[in-house]
Design a protein around this ligand. Structure first.
Ligand code: TRP
Length: 360
């Protein structure tokens, strides 16, 4: 069986370092591993509209931003198909059929949807489209017969929902769809990178993100004013590394090579942490190191982004070609789904003969 990847992002803002370390970096590695027959990366504009119905301009503007971030990170249109969700209308039709296989109470139990409803204060005014987006996500995944979905842990309920739909569909209509596996990030610090203010999640509204498109000066400022251990007031004080964003970022981004290059007086992160815990290591020194680490990770990304920014029409061409290619694949799956569901009336010679027979 072929190995096929599908994953994606909602275009509601530029991508930040949390996206990079949690998924983009891995995607590029998977792309370059040569282990996959097909890779689809979806800009999920229709899903973004499920909670931004009144703000289509935001979604429209951010499509190219997300595409630029993808290309900047090293996603290569020759190896990965980058597509826009709404440009593949087959996905909408699949969603509509899958809706019959999912109960309202099952959707209500989805923990990610639950917490998103709370965050957005939807309470009693939940848009139906938003409520059902896990079903549309199942369509995204199954349309391409994806076997592997590399996403963060918050997406686990969506993949479970997809697997249930696949099970049910195949049981009711016969083997048609492929059950996907989730592929979680392997470095624990990458599961959820906190904001620079120490808050659990990076979010544009909190202003606590480091974006891939930030200038080196922006990045430096954000790092030098990052939240650390609030009880570590003087250099001599013992400090806490658990839950300290500066150390979480070092866990996520720092390598042995970074120590050799920027902080050779330490063996590695364990030794740096031990010094901080014991006391005698100041925040400024750790932050300067983190700045060097982040700059060396982000510089090549920023440079590649600048190159693509000079040719925006080419970026749209990539999205158009990717969407067209994706639509062909989704159309094939949709035809199989319709045949399995016996709603392929005009392609079914046997049906026509049978009905004709009845009236002879
Ligand atoms: N839900 C994902 C997000 O919030 C985006 C997404 C849409 C997606 N469809 C997908 C991810 C299919 C993986 C597979 O960013």
């Amino acid at each position: 069986m072929s190995k096929i990847i599908l994953t994606g992002d909602r275009p509601t803002g530029r991508l930040h370092v949390g996206h990079y370390v949690g998924s983009l970096k891995r995607r590029v590695e998977l792309q370059n591993s040569g282990e996959f027959d097909d890779i689809y990366i979806m800009i999920a504009d229709a899903q973004a509209l499920t909670d931004n119905a009144d703000n289509p301009e935001k979604v429209r503007q951010n499509i190219v931003e997300v595409a630029l971030d993808y290309l900047a990170c090293g996603l290569d249109p020759a190896k990965s198909t980058i597509l826009i969700q709404s440009m593949v209308p087959e996905l909408t039709e699949l969603s509509f059929y899958y809706m019959n296989l999912v109960t309202v109470s099952r959707l209500q139990r989805n923990p990610t949807v639950k917490s998103e409803i709370q965050m957005r204060n939807f309470e009693t005014s939940i848009p139906v489209g938003f409520f059902t987006y896990p079903i549309s996500q199942a369509a995204d995944i199954t349309a391409f017969k994806a076997t592997t979905v590399p996403v963060g842990e918050d997406q686990m309920p969506m993949i479970e929902q997809t697997r249930e739909i696949v099970h049910k569909f195949n049981a009711v209509y016969g083997d048609t769809l492929v059950e996907p596996e989730i592929l979680l990030p392997d470095n624990k610090a990458c599961l959820r990178l906190p904001g620079t203010d120490g808050k659990a999640k990076m979010s544009k509204s909190l202003g606590n993100c480091i974006y891939l498109a930030d200038t080196d000066e922006d990045v430096r400022k954000k790092i030098m004013s990052m939240f650390t251990d609030p009880n570590h007031l003087r250099v001599e004080d013992p400090g806490e590394v658990e839950g300290n964003p500066v150390f979480i970022y070092l866990d996520a981004f720092g390598t042995k090579e970074h120590f050799e290059e920027f902080l050779p007086e330490y063996e590695g992160l364990d030794e740096l942490k031990a010094h901080y815990k014991r006391g005698g290591l100041g925040d400024v020194k750790v932050k300067k190191f983190l700045n060097n680490v982040m700059q060396s990770v982000l510089a090549p990304i920023r440079e590649r982004r600048k190159v693509w920014e000079k040719d925006i029409p080419a970026v749209y061409d990539i999205l158009k070609e990717g969407s067209e290619k994706a639509e062909k694949v989704a159309a094939k799956t949709l035809a199989e789904v319709r045949a399995a569901m016996k709603i392929n009336y005009f392609d079914d010679g046997a049906l026509i003969r049978e009905q004709a027979e009845k009236y002879k």
